[in-house]
Design a protein around this ligand. Structure first.
Ligand code: ARG
Length: 463
């Protein structure tokens, strides 16, 4: 039960006693105390507006603002006693305000409700946390760019279905992840645009009869404008879903690169070396160096999805407007944010501690007739035949090479001529890994020059 300093419940005049079991488990203070800065900021804006509108006197406004300052200091200095009895951060602060300034505190809740208060706090928090994730992603992108820049000429097999497909530069591969993390940044940014409407002042669900100025509080709190419908405002958690979805997609990207590196690090592929900083050992097998941090990252993605699905499920079938069900939104978002921000840092650390095994990459790339497409393309360009015919000729050559246990570039001209009589010596140049990569000059392709240009372009943004 929420009580004031006289030990009288805020709603005690009406409700005799809430079960102490529910009081113990139904409160949210341990979770939402994280919103104290935002809550105080919202309250300051609210009372400044009330005073400007002459709904409260300047003196009361001053007292409240001074009280709130004290409370902020107490919390920052860990002197504030959070009390489960007061349910959440909003009531804890209002209760303390009453202890500090007495009756004037009773004016703070004029023309507002916890329903609009909590969304205001939460939107402000998500705003700054999205900006923080955006910054962390930029740092991660810088690390990837550095690694890419060192590996423009590092040749590896590009895979489809995890089978050798076409040769590719390691840098090009890494830059694919730069694109993904850039899109994540874009999504956070877009979310900020759509949450940029101020909920404060819609009160419980229908607005208020006090002559409040919601444009004023919008400006004070850095929102573009006030929300337009009071019922929608207190019911809406789309901005929470946006955050959770964006964080899930970002986690998914982290999981994909993690899985990729786990495969590359496996003894079968053996394409990268991981420093001792980013492996752990086995309790029984003395030889082991396991890529635990990468597996940790892959695993956390499951939790991120879980958080998104928790929220979607809470909202499904929930009528308008406020219900206690919604209280869990904060725990879910905090979990997602905490996990993702440490995961971004961890991936950054991993990427700073891996090295490509260039020889191994090349020898793997030499397997699986990886330049077959180059051969087919060459036939099309050089002998003006259609691609489907060139594909068939090349497939026959590959069948022959496989049967005779030879690599494509180890076949001699006579052997090749059996499949297409016009083939000449120039064909061997086509079959090298470097040539294949360098020939992919189409925009967005893996040619060394393309990569250099792209890295330069990214560096302009991320340096
Ligand atoms: N602690 C509550 C929450 O997080 C604040 C809103 C409470 N509103 C209410 N009508 N009980 O959802």
């Amino acid at each position: 039960m929420v009580k004031n300093k006289n030990n009288k419940a805020f709603w005690g005049t009406r409700i005799k006693k809430t079960s102490s079991l529910f009081q113990e488990i139904g409160n949210s203070i341990d979770i939402d105390k994280r919103l104290f800065i935002e809550d105080i900021r919202g309250s300051e804006a609210h009372v400044q507006m009330l005073s400007k509108q002459k709904i409260i006197s300047k003196k009361i406004k001053k007292n409240i603002i001074n009280g709130l300052k004290k409370i902020k200091n107490e919390i920052l200095r860990k002197k504030f006693v959070f009390n489960k009895k007061y349910e959440d951060i909003h009531m804890n602060i209002e209760n303390r305000l009453e202890q500090l300034i007495g009756n004037d505190a009773g004016y703070i809740h004029t023309g507002r409700s916890r329903n609009d208060q909590v969304i205001t706090d939460f939107k402000l928090w998500i705003k700054s946390s999205s900006n923080d994730l955006d910054l962390k992603l930029s740092k991660l992108i810088k690390t990837i760019l550095k690694l890419a820049n060192k590996n423009i000429y590092t040749i590896m097999p590009g895979f489809t279905h995890l089978k050798n497909a076409q040769p590719v530069s390691l840098a090009h591969y890494l830059l694919a992840y730069v694109e993904m993390f850039q899109r994540d940044k874009g999504r956070y940014k877009k979310n900020l645009e759509s949450l940029n409407e101020n909920p404060l002042g819609v009160a419980a669900l229908t607005g208020t009869s006090f002559n409040i100025d919601r444009n004023y509080t919008s400006k004070k709190l850095g929102f573009k404008k006030p929300t337009r419908n009071s019922i929608d405002t207190v019911s809406d958690r789309d901005f929470v879903l946006d955050f959770l979805y964006t964080s899930s997609v970002c986690s998914l990207h982290i999981s994909r690169i993690s899985e990729e590196l786990i495969i590359w690090n496996s003894d079968g592929f053996n394409m990268i070396e991981m420093s001792d900083k980013i492996v752990t050992g086995s309790s029984i097998m003395p030889q082991k160096k396991n890529p635990d941090p990468l597996e940790f990252l892959r695993g956390k993605t499951g939790n991120a999805y879980g958080n998104l699905f928790s929220m979607l499920t809470i909202l499904k079938g929930l009528p308008l407007s406020y219900f206690k069900d919604l209280q869990d939104d904060k725990e879910i978002v905090f979990r997602s944010y905490d996990s993702l921000s440490t995961c971004i840092l961890l991936l950054d650390e991993v990427l700073k501690n891996i090295k490509p095994k260039k020889d191994k990459m090349i020898s793997l790339a030499k397997k699986g007739f990886i330049t077959s497409t180059d051969l087919a393309d060459y036939l099309v360009k050089n002998y003006k035949i259609n691609f489907r015919l060139a594909y068939k000729i090349t497939a026959r050559i590959v069948n022959y090479a496989e049967k005779n246990n030879k690599k494509l570039d180890k076949l001699n001209l006579d052997e090749l001529k059996k499949f297409y009589s016009k083939i000449d010596n120039k064909i061997f140049k086509i079959l090298s890994l470097e040539n294949s990569i360098n020939s992919k000059k189409s925009f967005g392709g893996t040619s060394f020059n393309n990569i250099k240009k792209m890295i330069k372009k990214y560096y302009r943004v991320y340096k």
